[in-house]
Write a protein that binds this ligand. Structure first.
Ligand SMILES: [Ca+2]
Length: 350
């Protein structure tokens, strides 16, 4: 047993033996041993995988087993030190502490994938309703200067149209060959790009004259198309959005779209809205809002019940078609063979 009075005597006796270097070693060893209790701030959190921080790795600390082992060995060594052989005990304990590492320093961070951020969920409010030709199997939709450009599908009925939003007057700009099934459209640089579903072919028109001025071929299917004013963004039914050079249709990169870490497939009609990509998810009433940098879905817009029951007919198909008026910040949505087009605003779901 180690009593206080004995300790005082031994400490006084120890003073005779201590040299300066031994004393420093003892202090350092004690500091190392005591470090966990005064470890101070933990190391910074782990690196962020994505610059926008939507998905990142977080850090957590794990006390290593060796700290416990070090303690178990150090305790008897200190006891031994107070009884006899001061120098040897100090040296052994010091070496052990160094070999084990300072428990404070040995607290290591270990990164593991954090749960991806949950998307914000939205419902909607209808601001205004416009007529929409129920003959239009809507595959592409874009607003520009009071006109709503629309690409339609179905073999033999695939067209490029422009409609005056206020008057509802439509004009057929181009018709696709019967062999082709029209898909997404995008207006960029005075041109209109129109995809086809399985023909591996995109048409390019002069937006002013409506004349076809060229085209491109591409691998795989064509679904949705939009633009940020520089690049084209193309969906193909998968969870990938291709970023394309509008001059060559060369792929710059892919955006892998994920929701809570899982791929989101069947991405359909697209719209670039305020730096995000909005995408219809085929066969659903939902639109996902995608961060183009990370591909993470940041928001989900549930448009269930948008088309009133009395407007639903046997030919009414799925929700598809998003257009944006950046000047007035108006969002327009419709569906395939829907009789209405809606100007909506978002309402955050509680
Ligand atoms: Ca669109």
């Amino acid at each position: 047993m180690f009593h206080t009075s004995d300790a005082a005597k031994r400490l006084a006796k120890l003073g005779k033996y201590f040299k300066k270097s031994q004393f420093i070693l003892l202090i350092l060893t004690l500091a190392a041993y005591r470090a966990p209790a005064a470890a101070g701030p933990l190391p910074p959190a782990g690196r962020r995988l994505f610059p926008n921080g939507r998905k990142h790795r977080s850090a957590r600390t794990i006390p290593p087993l060796r700290i416990m082992i070090c303690r178990l060995i150090c305790v008897p060594l200190y006891a031994y030190f107070f009884e006899m052989k001061v120098t040897l005990s100090i040296l052994l304990t010091g070496l052990l502490a160094v070999a084990c590492g300072s428990p404070g320093a040995a607290r290591r961070t270990c990164t593991q994938p954090a749960a991806p951020a949950e998307p914000v969920r939205y419902t909607y409010a209808v601001q205004r309703v416009y007529p929409h030709d129920p003959e239009n199997y809507t595959q592409g939709l874009q607003y520009a200067d009071g006109l709503l450009w629309e690409g339609t599908g179905q073999n033999g009925a695939s067209r490029l149209l422009k409609t005056d939003l206020e008057t509802g007057r439509s004009e057929v700009v181009a018709r696709l060959p019967r062999s082709e099934f029209g898909e997404g459209i995008a207006l960029l640089g005075g041109k209109v790009y129109q995809l086809t579903w399985t023909s591996n072919r995109a048409h390019v028109y002069d937006a002013a004259t409506g004349r076809r001025t060229g085209g491109f071929t591409y691998p795989g299917q064509g679904w949705g198309l939009t633009t940020d004013g520089r690049w084209l963004y193309m969906s193909d039914g998968s969870d990938r959005i291709r970023v394309l050079d509008p001059d060559t249709f060369e792929r710059e990169r892919n955006i892998a779209v994920t929701l809570s870490g899982e791929p989101v497939r069947l991405l359909n009609e697209l719209e670039w809205i305020e730096g995000k990509i909005w995408a219809n998810v085929y066969t659903s009433d939902q639109i996902v809002i995608i961060d183009p940098a990370s591909g993470a879905v940041e928001g989900i817009v549930d448009l269930s019940g948008l088309l009133p029951e009395e407007e639903v007919t046997p030919s009414t198909d799925v929700l598809n078609g998003i257009a944006y008026d950046p000047a007035l910040k108006r969002i327009f949505v419709t569906g395939k063979n829907w009789s209405k087009l809606f100007h909506i605003t978002l309402e955050k779901q509680e």
